[in-house]
Design a protein around this ligand. Structure first.
Ligand code: NAD
Ligand code: MN
Length: 498
């Protein structure tokens, strides 16, 4: 399957039947206004399809459908083992349609077909399977009361969960939210990013095919300031799970305060440090992973290792090794399996990245990259770019660029490395490279972030929570802990004659 040639993938892409309508109450429908927006392929600039431009009226229809389904109980009161069977079937359907799912994300947001077909699409199936398998193995509590009192403490689904997701991992972000929320028995209304709505729409169709009842899983494509805001302000949404920028995460907290005090779970931006000590024995592995940590997915990763702190004694040699790797990762046609990097999501993001790069040429030392390029004369592509001698106060070291741009800063002591690494409004992730076990543990303890990877980068699995501290937000996806977001604690106290 993965040995398709560039031509095979392009031929398959041309044959795709793209779903562009909203998915509400079990059916594909136009937006009430009849309006559409274009879904664009950033590698070519071509319009892929028109997509329903949902706004407040459509969001309301979807929430109403979600509420009706929740109250009817076909899903919310289904035995967990039966929900498991449906979600396992969805995981199977995702695997059966893996190439299509991978193509949708690659075409819509520019990631390489290799990554989409080996990471994103199989990941989505895996996460649905993981939550399906988990949900009939969770036990609730009986409180330690005395005889005559039986106090049950249960986790119950909330009702209607709103999910608003970004474009960098379109299918996986839709999955992280909806797999856990659905497994717990909620109805879901998902608003995917306007840059990449196609895989979420197909996911909703597959969920219906797997047996998720109508109204339980709805997808409303549209813009943030209309559809996203309407979901955030809706009086009948119980929980809003958000992944995206810090600025918009703050807006969702406000929407909640202005409406019904819905729970809001923000998972927002990052500027993650990667600290390489001179006592790290395998500097080649460290260089491989440092390059992966910033150039994977064109650097459009919330936990991208965008700040590299290297101990001064090895800094020049380490940067030389990194430069070799960056040079070998030039962007290419996302549908070509030989491409190591794909296209940036859209024109606006590309221009934003290039503003940081142009400013950086004045304030830091450009080691490699630094240019916007085209592939076959088209598209939004940026070279893998490394700046050395970056000052800790430079926007290159402070702001989330969300592109393939690495800032290198030398350090002289463990204390200084920790201090600079923590000197950020963000606290999503960090990496530490050392073969001194005590140092690894000491530094990991002191880093104020959600995930520390030691001698690797971006450690992530279904079994471990993913999320941040500080202005990276406090929501957690993945692991059993994410079910806390989608359930409420409910006490039932029973008196009996002891
Ligand atoms: P964004 O905040 O611009 O958009 C995210 C979502 O919010 C989109 O669906 C968008 O339509 C919606 N939105 C935008 N404006 C809105 C408004 N006024 N009201 C309501 N909704 C609105 O972010 P993006 O550019 O799509 O994604 C990149 C960001 O996502 C980066 O900051 C990145 O770090 C972050 N991210 C975080 C994580 C994490 O788990 N912490 C994971 C992936 C991406
Ligand atoms: Mn697009």
């Amino acid at each position: 399957m993965l040995d398709h040639s560039h031509q095979d993938w392009a031929a398959r892409a041309a044959m795709l039947d793209l779903r562009g309508k909203a998915f509400i109450n079990g059916k594909f429908v136009e937006a009430a206004s009849g309006k559409t927006f274009d879904s664009i392929n950033p590698a070519t600039g071509a319009v892929l399809t028109a997509v329903a431009e949902c706004d407040a009226e459509d969001v309301d229809r979807a929430v109403t459908a979600g509420r009706r389904a929740f109250e009817a109980g076909h899903w919310s009161r289904m035995a967990p083992g039966d929900r498991k069977a449906v979600l396992l079937k969805l995981a199977d359907l995702l695997r059966a349609n893996l190439e299509e799912m991978a193509l949708l994300d690659s075409l819509d947001m520019g990631k390489t077909i290799t990554d989409a077909s080996t990471i994103d699409a199989p990941g989505s199936a895996h996460f649905f399977q993981w939550y399906a398998e988990a949900i009939d193995k969770l036990y609730d509590e009986v409180a330690p009361t005395g005889p005559g009192d039986l106090a049950l403490v249960r986790r119950v689904p909330l009702g209607v969960v709103g999910a608003v997701t970004p474009w960098n991992f379109p299918l996986d972000m839709a999955t992280w939210k909806s797999a856990a929320a659905l497994a717990a028995g909620n109805s879901v209304v998902l608003k995917p990013a306007e840059q990449s709505p196609l895989s979420a729409l197909r996911l909703a169709e597959l969920a219906a095919e797997a047996g998720v009842p109508e109204g339980v899983f709805n997808v409303v494509p549209g813009f943030g300031h209309t559809a996203g805001k309407a979901l955030g302000l809706h009086m009948d949404v119980d929980c809003l799970a958000f992944t995206g920028s810090t600025a918009i995460g703050k807006m969702f907290m406000q929407y909640s305060g202005q409406s019904n005090l819905k729970q809001v779970w923000p998972e927002t931006g990052g500027k993650s440090p990667n600290i390489v000590f001179a006592d790290c024995e395998d500097l080649d592995a460290a260089a491989d992973m440092a390059a992966f940590g910033i150039f994977f997915n064109q650097g459009e990763v919330c936990s991208a290792n965008s700040r590299l702190y290297v101990e001064r004694a090895i800094k020049d040699e380490f940067v030389a090794r990194l430069k070799e790797r960056a040079t070998a990762m030039q962007p290419g046609d996302p549908l070509d399996p030989a491409s190591k990097m794909g296209a940036i999501v859209d024109e606006k993001q590309t221009q934003g990245i290039m503003r940081f790069v142009e400013a950086g040429k004045e304030t830091a030392n450009l080691v490699t990259g630094g240019a916007r390029v085209t592939v076959d004369g088209k598209g939004c592509f940026v070279q893998p770019t490394i700046f050395d001698e970056v000052s800790q106060d430079d926007p290159l070291a402070r702001d989330e660029i969300f592109g393939p741009v690495l800032s290198v800063i030398a350090f002289d002591s463990e204390d200084e490395a920790v201090r600079m690494a923590n000197d950020s409004i963000y606290g999503l992730a960090a990496s530490v490279w050392t073969d001194n076990l005590s140092r690894a543990c000491r530094v990991a303890d002191r880093l104020h972030v959600g995930t520390v990877s030691v001698n690797t980068v971006d450690a992530l699995s279904a079994q471990t929570p993913f999320g941040g501290m500080k202005q990276s937000g406090f929501g957690r996806d993945l692991s059993l802990h994410s079910l806390d977001k989608y359930t409420a604690l409910k006490t039932t106290w029973i008196k009996y004659k002891a």
